[in-house]
Write a protein that binds this ligand. Structure first.
Ligand code: OSB
Ligand code: MG
Length: 371
């Protein structure tokens, strides 16, 4: 590949159709830094789905910009990567900031795949041509509204339903959905809002509802309390926030902190680290699935590629673009049919990035060039 000549950061703010509420806040927009890397005649796109503040992740729009402009771009400009390992090596001196790194790694993955004329999923060794997807529903305190939404998503064919819970809105919500919809594939995500000491009983109660899994009940850095709880539960615990990379995944699996991992390529530092976790977990009999962050169609393309890995054993949090946005920044927008999403058989991410879409939602734009 020709050397990396230019990296562009487009800070976008895309309105959500309806607000998305979690235990750490209520979101009306998707903030993101879109990363566009140019080398020779090719370009590639990645996405850093950061928020304004350190809520889901400690990274924010401002930290990602700082690390990207002052450190990552310096390490990548001029680089002639022949594979994703070269990107990892170039960024090895920068600790943490995995989302910022992931956005660049994904952009270079797209670029390499385009240059080779292969779809992105092939570049990372994906094993399937279609992936099962589910829907993630925010905390909805209103019972009728929750039932209405679940019913709509089931009608649309999503393969499972995940609802966000928090202390005070958990067993009641699950009981309601079991009563209304029976034995549907259902799981819950607490986004670290419980603790072993205070909420053990609630989790033991949730264990009686046949959930597919309980995602990240405890602290975002914890492995020990999750291990203690997992020993008491039939329901698999799924870790999200606690697994920031392969090392955490190894520790979590060996400690018995979880039986499933939600791997978000952005959270763990990119597609290569996603593959490494996929492979390690596979060897230990622990399935993974791919989680999302309400990404635009650019980040979503990378999620679909990651979801083709061979140890993905549950439906992924990759819903149609139209579930979140009036208009996506790619064409065609990502669309699940009967709960199935397919990577496009075209070079790279496969979708066309719409310049006018980026411009419409752009807050600010930064360009770094080699000179
Ligand atoms: O915990 O999985 C999470 C969205 C923002 C932050 C954290 C999470 C989520 C989701 C949404 O659950 C998944 C999606 O992109 O549809
Ligand atoms: Mg989660």
């Amino acid at each position: 590949m020709a050397g990396v000549e230019e990296i562009e950061y487009i800070h976008v703010r895309i309105p959500l159709k309806t607000p998305f509420e979690t235990s750490f806040g209520r979101f009306t927009h998707r903030e993101s830094l879109i990363v566009r890397v140019r080398a020779g005649d090719f370009e590639g796109y990645g996405e850093i789905p950061v928020d304004q503040g350190p809520w889901y992740s400690c990274e924010t729009v401002a930290t990602a910009l700082h690390i990207s402009l002052d450190h990552i771009s310096k390490a990548l400009l001029g680089l002639e990567p022949t594979g994703l390992e070269d990107v990892t090596a170039a960024l090895a001196g920068i600790r943490g900031h995995r989302m910022a790194k992931a956005g660049h790694e994904m952009a270079i993955a797209d670029l390499l795949a385009r240059e080779r004329g292969i779809p992105l999923y092939r570049l990372i060794g994906g094993a399937r041509r279609e992936v099962e997807v589910g829907v993630s529903i925010g905390v909805i305190g209103d019972a009728r509204e929750l039932v209405r939404q679940v019913s709509r998503f089931l009608d649309e064919g999503y393969r499972r339903v995940k609802i966000k819970i928090k202390p005070g809105w958990d067993v009641e919500a699950v009981k309601l959905l079991r009563r209304e919809f029976g034995d549907i594939p259902l799981q819950v995500d607490a986004n670290a809002s419980y603790s072993y000491r205070r909420h053990r009983e609630v989790l033991l109660e949730l264990d009686g509802y046949g959930l597919l899994m309980i995602e990240q009940p405890f602290h975002y850095d914890d492995l020990a309390e999750h291990a203690a709880m997992q020993r008491e539960l039939k329901t698999p615990i799924c870790l999200d926030e606690s697994v920031k990379g392969l090392q955490d995944a190894m520790a979590a699996i060996e400690m018995g902190s979880c039986r499933v991992i939600n791997v978000k390529p952005c959270r763990v530092g990119g597609l290569l680290e996603t593959k490494a976790i996929n492979d390690y977990a596979k060897g230990r009999g622990v399935p993974i699935w791919i989680g999302g962050m309400l990404e635009s169609g650019i980040g979503r393309a990378h999620l679909v590629a990651a979801a083709t890995l061979d140890n993905v054993g549950y439906p992924c949090d990759i819903s149609s673009s139209s579930r979140y946005f009036e208009e996506d920044v790619v064409e065609p927008p990502w669309t699940a049919e009967k709960g199935i999403m397919r990577p496009l058989e075209r070079p790279g991410i496969g979708v066309e990035v719409l310049e006018e879409g980026l411009r419409r939602y752009c807050v600010r734009r930064y360009v770094v060039r080699r000179w």
